[in-house]
Design a protein around this ligand. Sequence first.
Ligand code: ASP
Length: 303
Amino acid sequence: MKHLLDIESADVGFLLKVLNTSEIFLKVLDQPSKKLPTLKGKTILFMFLEPSTRTQISFELAAKRLSADTVNFSPGKSSMQKGETLLDTILNLNSMELDAVIVRSPSPGTPHFIAKHINASVINAGDGAHEHPTQALLDAFTVKQKLGKLENLKILIVGDILHSRVARSNLFLWKKFGSEVLFSGPPTLVPEEFSRLGAKIVELDDYLDKVDVIMVLRIQKERMEASYIPSIREYREFWGITSERLKRIPERTLILHPGPVNWGVEMDWEVMRRENTMILDQVRNGVAVRMAVLYHLLVKAEE
Ligand code: ASP
């Protein structure tokens, strides 16, 4: 594979190779010297057209740990402010001999568009409500690290499914690995069409003790054009992982959240104090997983 644009079209063999290699890179990150020469001489451009904390820093660390040269494109300071189109910007950037472009955009399909016009490998770091492939990979890696497998699991994803690229990427990924995905949330935010894609839509309270993983999503106010929920208070009462609900979730069940968390809305702070809440493990593993993605796209693909 040259690009990582989405999980839906990704080859399952490639995804498994990335997960296996991530284990090796995670060990490297534990060493006093965390740097490898793997991407020496390669140049990676970061094109983040939408805010990001974890994903951007994680990708930057991954690139630097592998000795790549990194450059940042800041839309606010670029010629896009002078009216240059995205296509024109890309054609110009293409002349600068880049090896990879990592793209985050509010518009679905932007990484796919860029990939058509550039020689470099393109990695989707989240495109609107479409996909966020490296998030799903780091989620899978975290689950495998704890539960030892990827198949025959029940993964319950709760919350704002409609606007969630994390939910879509996870749905495609877990189905490829032979696990079951269940969705729960307000009917306005859990579209029926997802059941056609293979997710089972369920009542949260019926499944708290029947799944291996509960993945909680953020309410994405920035993508809501209308009022999808009656009130934050009601959302918390019906779909939040509150202290009361926590008592009904078995200790062995993993709780994940891609971040950033709206504490007190989709999740109470108490969830953080539990051993099998994996939020910070996800962030830590993200660097190793992104190192593995860069390695397989920029080194292995060329061999
Ligand atoms: N950080 C994730 C994303 O960029 C999830 C979120 O923003 O809620 O999609």
